[in-house]
Design a protein around this ligand. Structure first.
Ligand code: DX5
Ligand code: ZN
Length: 227
């Protein structure tokens, strides 16, 4: 099965209606992945849902799952999400004890392996390990809540990772998450991001399908090379 081409738009169900999830998932059939934010109230000061809910989303979603784990001890919990069938499982570098071993385990189960860094975490420690991951998520807000403002000071991290990926011929996807909307997605695309999470900008729009299309067009117009 071929993977969706860049630019990829992954709506976050954190901004969906939790008691009408099936209907809200149907509204994003035109997206590339559905972004699923798992929060444990320890790694971040917010709580969402766990594997039981993700299993139902997996069974219901018209598009593959891009799971973002904002949890402590992903070494223990992340493989479960790959076993459920999530196409992509991203855990935080700040929370993992053995990130490389965990990424290998996720791939072994059959998921794409992603690693996320918070706004205050430097990307350099990932430079030598690009091949171990399928996706690097550079958080563009402090993780925990939807609807926050984009931190443009994180863009140099995307630029550095893009440069590093180019230099070593890595095909790792560079994802941004937080405050992505018309007016900010352009900067992220220009910096080299190819995969865009958007919660409030998609589910807050009256025309959800149109909002996804608009974001994709803006990203396409501002990214300088296809990756
Ligand atoms: C925040 C989550 C995001 C969130 C983004 O910690 O990881 O995925 O849903 O929401 P917006 O797009 O509204 O900033
Ligand atoms: Zn997220």
């Amino acid at each position: 099965m071929s993977l969706p081409a860049a630019p990829r738009i992954n709506p976050s169900i954190l901004s969906a209606d939790f008691v009408n999830m099936e209907a809200d998932l149907a509204r994003i059939a035109g997206a590339d992945y559905v972004h699923v934010d798992v929060m444990d109230n320890h790694f971040v000061p917010n709580l969402t849902f766990g594997p039981q809910m993700v299993e139902r989303v997996q069974a219901t979603s018209p598009v593959p799952l891009d799971v973002h784990l904002m949890i402590d001890d992903p070494d223990r919990w992340a493989p479960r999400y790959a076993e459920i069938g999530a196409a992509s499982v991203t855990f935080h570098l700040e929370a993992a004890s053995e990130p490389i071993a965990l990424a290998r385990r996720l791939r072994e189960i059959g998921a794409r392996a992603g690693i996320a860094i918070k706004p205050g975490t430097a990307p350099e420690q990932l430079f030598d390990y690009l091949d171990e991951f399928d996706q690097i998520l550079v958080m563009t807000v402090e993780p925990g809540f939807g609807g926050q403002s984009f931190i443009s000071g994180t863009m140099h991290k995307i630029e550095q990772l893009r440069e590093q990926a180019r230099r070593y011929g890595s095909e790792v996807w560079l994802q941004v998450d937080g405050g992505i909307q018309p007016g900010t997605i352009e900067q992220a695309a220009a910096a080299g991001a190819d995969t865009f999470v958007a919660g409030s900008a998609v589910f807050g729009a009256s025309d959800v399908e149109g909002a996804i299309g608009d974001l994709r067009e803006l990203a396409r117009a501002h990214s300088h090379s296809p990756h």
